[in-house]
Write a protein that binds this ligand. Structure first.
Ligand code: F0G
Length: 428
């Protein structure tokens, strides 16, 4: 077998049988990871194969996950892969936002261009493909919104039943609507993600549910391809920093794993420093890193308008800490007001994203101001979700956007003329 499952804890590394469905090590309780056999793979050969596939019309090659299938190789035949042509997301330069943040050379890897509008699709194609291989009938997740809409789509495509657990009234209406529209069953419970996650995690085995949260190691395999695609888009020249928002910390763990494998294959000689940005009301990981504590202390009542990352007890914190240690990474915490300003700064480059994604730029600005990221640094921010994932946020804040950007006038020619003249004067 070219892959296997083992405990991700360095002092354990217990191997598990391939059809093990749990997400925790049977010996030590730590999280698991899928190990892909890299011996025999040739870096230069892989580069050529992957580029060649960009010209292919095979469905598998049209996916930014499965195009890299030498490193995502836990399927038997191509027909068994559940894909919606995820990945292949743009890498856009954002010069004005980079200037605003402190004079960095900024580009953004926009995960909003995925089929359901977030980076979760990279992981979900992998997890649902695995669910089908295991023959499970029902998949489940707790979610702050994006995981649920992504799971709903891929489960529908695979003909599986999808069960979503979300905190009541705490996720964006757009994300909830997506999950409902795509046929998922929604169970609303608890005050926050952590409560819902804790309950579903404990109950899943008993209830016969296959959990596809980021504690599922196959999710991580899909998400690690973000690093591969990004490096390929940059002709294998690594940036100085890759910046991600941190919630349950699956994404940073996945990107670190991708980079680790690229390095092992000598596809890159330098690994970018990974940077995790958390929201100040939900920054347990930031506190862990900044204090050098050994164990994570959860934030019991996480609060932030960036609801996607409103998580008090990130499950992947050990993997994420390893990611920062390995890459000499950084961690920062930003307020909702800083996120708001950063989101607006991105729009000046014509780039929209959801609030959690804008936390990246807010963090870069803060790290630049503190001299921890230098002017001129080559920085990639991962924008995790589409602008339309949280329209309520924008409308709620519309009053803070320069007055005059949104006015209502009487439907008559004179009023219309005056309104237009005001706009023309304002933008002159
Ligand atoms: N950005 C967005 C838009 C997200 O939806 C999430 C997580 C994150 C960042 C954080 O990523 O958890 O890997 O550190 N959303 C999950 C969900 C928790 O349920 O949709 P992470």
């Amino acid at each position: 077998m070219p892959w296997y499952i083992e405990c991700a804890q360095d002092d354990c590394r217990t191997r598990h049988c391939a059809d093990y469905r749990g997400h925790n090590c049977e010996r030590c309780g730590g999280l698991l990871e899928v190990r892909c056999e890299l011996t025999g793979l040739n870096g230069a050969g892989l580069r050529a194969t992957w580029i060649e596939r960009r010209l292919s019309n095979l469905p598998l090659d049209g996916s930014g996950v499965w195009r890299f299938r030498e490193l995502v190789n836990f399927f038997d035949d191509p027909g068994s892969v559940i894909s919606l042509a995820e990945g292949r997301t743009p890498l856009l330069e954002a010069p004005r936002a980079g200037h605003w943040a402190g004079g960095v050379r900024l580009s953004v890897k926009h995960q909003g261009a995925n089929p359901t509008g977030s980076f979760k699709d990279l992981g979900m194609t992998a997890a649902i493909t695995r669910a089908v291989a295991l023959g499970v009938p029902v998949v489940a997740c707790a979610s702050t919104g994006n995981t649920s809409s992504s799971m709903a789509a891929y489960a529908a495509r695979a003909g599986l039943k999808a069960l979503v657990f979300v905190p009541a009234g705490k996720i964006s209406a757009a994300k909830l609507a997506q999950a409902i529209d795509l046929g998922a069953f929604i169970i609303e419970l608890g005050e926050n993600f952590d409560q819902a996650f804790d309950l579903v995690r404990k109950a899943s085995a008993d209830l016969g549910l296959y959990l596809v949260n980021s504690v599922n190691p196959f999710r991580i395999e899909g998400q690690k391809t973000l690093a591969i695609e990004l490096l390929e888009q940059r002709n294998w020249s690594p940036p100085d920093y890759i910046v991600v928002p941190g919630g349950n910390l699956g994404n940073v763990s996945a990107i670190a794993k991708g980079l680790r494998e690229l390095r092992e294959l000598r596809l890159v000689d330098k690994v970018p420093r990974l940077v995790v940005i958390q929201s100040a009301g939900a920054d347990a990981f930031y506190r862990l890193i900044s204090t050098g504590a050994q164990e994570l202390v959860p934030v019991m009542q996480p609060e932030t308008e960036a609801t996607a990352i409103r998580i008090g007890s990130p499950a992947n914190w050990r993997k994420a800490r390893r990611a920062l240690i390995e890459t000499q990474g950084l961690c920062e915490s930003v307020t909702d007001a800083e996120i708001f300003d950063a989101k607006r700064a991105l729009t000046v480059d014509g780039i929209g994203c959801e609030p959690a994604s804008a936390a990246t730029l807010a963090g870069i600005r803060k790290l630049c101001a503190a001299g921890r990221i230098g002017a001129g640094a080559d920085v990639v921010a991962v924008l995790t979700g589409h602008q339309l994932k949280d329209p309520d946020y924008v409308i709620r804040h519309a009053g803070e956007i320069e007055c005059g950007r949104r006015v209502q006038v009487k439907p008559e020619a004179g009023a219309l003329r005056r309104a237009v003249e005001r706009v023309l004067k304002a933008s002159a």
